[in-house]
Design a binder for this molecule. Structure first.
Ligand SMILES: CC(C)(COP(=O)(O)OP(=O)(O)OC[C@H]1O[C@@H](n2cnc3c(N)ncnc32)[C@H](O)[C@@H]1OP(=O)(O)O)[C@@H](O)C(=O)NCCC(=O)NCCS
Length: 180
């Protein structure tokens, strides 16, 4: 199950069905979805958040294949500002999005550090991998800041089309060495 996590500025709360309404209001923005995987439906349907939670996320969480949090500022914990997840998968272990007006303050780097600790220290996976479009500069920068390495370059399909992408990786050993 997904436990609550905390960072200096953020609460990461396990996602629940009641979050669907806020997510439906926030998530369908081009700036958020354009470099997300093409399985995200676009145009986003009016029940997109509800059906994602009911049919995909919550069952995967139940099966122990997905850990998903909403992101909230400690100064305003009722309001969702983004989401982050971890999943069992060969190459797609971590995903995230943040409402544009909250970007550029280092918030997702903070959230990524907390969930990456959880991935290696609690779930004890040996490696974390995440693909990113090369054009997604902010997301790639987070990988760089976390000490990840590029292991492969390939074309991948996103909401806004097919782009050259990199698969980034860090092992548990590298993550722990970096923190020492
Ligand atoms: C990716 C995303 C979560 C980043 O959130 P954020 O809170 O702004 O990220 P941070 O502030 O922690 O770090 C972003 C880094 O990228 C840098 N950055 C952002 N835009 C940039 C740009 N256009 N050119 C160069 N650097 C850029 C920031 O300066 C920062 O690096 P720094 O700390 O060295 O200054 C946010 O942009 C987002 O939600 N994007 C849409 C969803 C998405 O693409 N998710 C990832 C799919 S792989």
């Amino acid at each position: 199950m997904t436990p609550p996590l905390e960072t200096p500025r953020l609460f990461l709360r396990p996602i629940e069905f009641a979050d669907a309404e806020q997510i439906q209001q926030l998530f369908p923005q081009w700036e958020i979805v354009r470099y997300l995987a093409s399985r995200v439906p676009w145009p986003y349907p009016p029940d997109g958040a509800h059906s994602f939670l009911r049919d995909a996320a919550l069952p995967a969480i139940e099966r122990g294949e997905l850990w998903q949090w909403t992101i909230r500022l400690k100064t305003d914990p009722a309001r969702i500002v983004g989401a982050i997840n971890l999943r069992k998968s060969d190459d797609e272990n971590r995903g995230f999005w943040l409402v544009p007006s909250f970007q550029g303050q280092g918030l997702m780097t903070e959230a990524c550090d907390a969930v990456t600790d959880f991935w290696f220290d609690v779930l004890q996976f040996p490696v974390l991998r995440a693909p990113k479009a090369i054009a997604n500069v902010a997301s790639r920068r987070i990988s760089e800041k976390q000490g990840m390495r590029i292991i492969r370059t390939e074309e991948r399909d996103y909401v806004s089309g097919r782009f050259l992408s990199e698969v980034w990786e860090i092992t548990a050993e590298e993550w722990h060495a970096r923190k020492r």
